[in-house]
Design a protein around this ligand. Sequence first.
Ligand code: SF4
Ligand code: SF4
Length: 303
Amino acid sequence: MKSAGQAIDPAAAKQTIFEYCKKRGALAVGVADLAVLEKIAPAGHRPSDLMPRVKSVISLGVGGQTQGTWQMPAKAMAYSGSTEVRAYKVAYGASFFIEQKFGVPSIYVPPDIDPEGGPRVPFQSLKLHAEIAGIGARSLAGDILLHPDFGFMYYASVFTELELEPDKPMEENPCPAPSCVSMYRSIGRTPCMKFCPAQCLDGEIDDQGRQKIMRYDMAKCAELTQEYEAVPKILAEAVKDEVRTHGAEGLLDPDRKMLWYKVSAGSGAWFAQCFECMRVCPIATKAPASDPILRTEAARAKG
Ligand code: SF4
Ligand code: SF4
């Protein structure tokens, strides 16, 4: 650890932190421009609202699914498709690492919902941090971030009072992929739009093959994917039923019982239970380093 008054080399510190994150499983790490985040994020959700003396926002991404996972049926993929917890663990460890190594206050940014903001408002947009840090670009699939090499990742953030040089957002957006542009020119839709089971994606591609408009019906998507939102309704229906046995029967309905299973024993998650837009996305599934097989092949080819 650096002692008080001992100068920290910001470039060396950044490299040390990036190495720590990558060694523990991050594929991409970047530092977002704090001034840009403070300008774009709404009041109450700016980095300084969570950490008043924050100087740097570090964003990291871990790889999504294994190659084999994409073959699983949707109902099973909901349990094994997500690697977000790994991203959170790396960020959590990095916050401790920075304090220990450099003696500077740091926090793991909770990916959770702000209790004062309702069920769809997070404390911070981890997506915005990653986008400004240059490790993901917004796609036509409801703004899910995509990376040209690593495809679909899960993101986590660390705030620190250590001053680090910010990175820049990506210059090129990998979405839409050339094959998606061809499909759009022929049927007016891209694969993610066509195969979304809730039909909540829509958009336009311009003459240069770039995103023109992205439309995403978040409520429709949430109905299918964010099952925690259904729980209060189910309980309210059960309680208000005049015939008490009916209310109880409602809770014992097999579909509803699955919700209790998911939170108690299954994946432990009631959200993001759908991967269909990413299953058909050529960037998510075929980017050069999007899964462990492709990453190993790429590493071997490099020698
Ligand atoms: S997660 Fe599912 S419902 Fe939501 S946009 Fe993707 S395919 Fe559609
Ligand atoms: S399938 Fe993927 S690359 Fe193609 S338009 Fe949708 S999100 Fe973009």
